[in-house]
Design a protein around this ligand. Structure first.
Ligand SMILES: [Zn+2]
Length: 125
């Protein structure tokens, strides 16, 4: 079950014995092949709100104007670093990558804490 995918934001589930790939693209649950999802997670230059040189762009999930903080992939998927982390943790939970309910609760608390940061800064998680 704990099959690893190349992209940190792509999760997998098993349906009718088949592996189904999914990701939250611009905050929307999307299914497709791994290749399709990777392609969809790449930045769309025209609509991302990314301004060359300034390092600022709009988060596709909470809508905040955010900047490239050097946190790697968060820019490529058009998310602020909080939403990026939330998406990663949500994937951990839905992939069952936790050892017990305590650890799951910790993950959920982490998501809530990150969403609170987003809210405090004017975003809509
Ligand atoms: Zn965000």
């Amino acid at each position: 079950m704990n099959q690893t995918t190349k992209h940190p934001l792509i999760g997998t589930l098993i349906r009718d014995g088949m592996t189904v790939f999914y990701a939250f693209i611009q905050g929307k649950y999307t299914e497709g092949t791994e290749q399709e999802l990777e392609k969809a997670l790449k930045p769309k230059k025209k609509h991302s709100g990314f301004t060359r040189g300034s390092g600022r762009y709009l988060c596709g999930h909470c809508g905040r104007s955010t900047r490239d903080d050097g946190n790697g992939d968060s820019v490529n998927v058009g998310l602020c670093s909080q939403c990026y982390e939330v998406a990663g943790i949500e994937n951990q939970i839905s992939d069952g990558n936790y050892k017990d309910e305590d650890e799951k609760a910790k993950f959920e608390a982490e998501i809530e804490a990150l969403n609170n940061i987003v809210r405090a800064r004017g975003g809509k998680p």
